[in-house]
Design a protein around this ligand. Structure first.
Ligand code: GAR
Length: 200
């Protein structure tokens, strides 16, 4: 195996997917190939980003019966070796994680173990950090296991909270200063590990 085939699961704007595409184009993902994007709802911006980035995409609505089975079938069809959750807002079951077998990684917009777990996603995470009054937040990329946001941490970066921040302003700063750098870097680390393991 020369590169690990990567599927990216998305639920929204897809700026983290864009960061992966840009890293690929700059040659910063040498051990991975972006092979498939799976969107869990139709019409989201991330699907257009996949198309513009020349990556195959599929829409599998999360609310539909058999969502996880359909995702697994797509991962098999595209011979996917690893999965990146890039702003994917669902929680994958233990059965799914066991059935896939390869590594699954996720980006979360806080310094885990703060402001994470069930119910903490998107702007809610940043609002919770502001409500608590912490002065530093950040982003974390971690392996996915059966505990939401509970798997081993791969990379983490801190970002300052500034006076007057709103959740939207803070979200943007965390994306720019942490998420868009961490996710491609972590994807490359894990892809290199997948390639190395396949060679053994
Ligand atoms: C990102 O901030 C990501 O960290 C977060 O959703 C946003 C998606 O933005 N993910 C979670 O909250 C997961 N619990 P994007 O679609 O522009 O990448």
């Amino acid at each position: 195996m020369l590169t690990a085939r990567i599927a990216v699961l998305v639920s929204g704007g897809g700026t983290n997917l864009q960061a992966l595409l840009d890293a690929r184009d700059r040659g910063e993902l040498p051990h991975g190939s972006l092979a498939l994007v799976i969107a869990d709802k139709p019409g989201i911006r991330a699907i257009g980003r996949a198309r513009e980035g020349d990556v195959a995409s599929a829409v599998i609505p999360r609310r539909e019966l058999g969502f996880e089975e359909k995702v697994l079938a797509a991962l098999r069809n595209y011979q996917i070796d690893m999965v990146v959750l890039a702003g994917f807002l669902g929680i994958l079951s233990k059965d799914f994680i066991e059935a896939f077998r390869g590594p699954i990684i996720n980006i979360h917009p806080s310094l885990i173990p703060s402001f994470c777990g069930k119910g903490f996603y998107g702007l809610k995470v940043h609002q919770a950090a502001l409500d608590y009054g912490v002065k530093v937040t950040g982003a974390t990329v971690h392996y996915v296991n059966e505990v939401p946001d509970g798997g081993k941490i791969i990379l983490q970066r801190a970002v300052e909270i500034l006076p007057g921040d709103t959740a939207e302003v803070l979200q943007r700063r965390v994306m720019e200063q942490a998420e868009w750098k961490l996710l491609p870097a972590a994807a490359e680390i894990v892809a290199a590990e997948v390639v190395r393991a396949a060679r053994e």
